[in-house]
Design a protein around this ligand. Structure first.
Ligand SMILES: [Zn+2]
Ligand SMILES: [Zn+2]
Length: 100
């Protein structure tokens, strides 16, 4: 499965409650199986990420979670992610609330 770096946008308008992980930050940590990064996932942003943001991409199925800083989480339009970032699914039924 290949995930493009370009063409991402914030889902926006979320009042969505966190999942079983407690926070979307923890959800990212659980499903990326990586340590929380030192910098935001948006290319050329060097701020510290503070939250797990819901993002989407036309060529990727479903919403994804990426570590992001507050200001990038308010970006309108599309942005490019750092190539190295892991983008676990935000779909609870495929991740933390998956039925056995
Ligand atoms: Zn979760
Ligand atoms: Zn940022």
């Amino acid at each position: 499965m290949s995930i493009p770096a370009t063409g991402w946008s914030n889902k926006g308008g979320t009042g969505e409650r966190a999942c079983k992980c407690g926070t979307w930050k923890q959800h990212w940590i659980n499903f990326s199986e990586k340590a929380w990064p030192a910098t935001c996932s948006v290319k050329e942003c060097s701020s510290a990420p503070t939250l797990g943001a819901h993002v989407k991409n036309q060529s990727v199925a479903g919403e994804r979670i990426v570590p992001m800083c507050d200001s990038c989480n308010k970006l309108g339009g599309t942005f490019t992610l750092k190539g190295s970032i892991t983008v676990p699914s935000a779909n609870k039924s495929e991740t933390c609330e998956k039925k056995a």
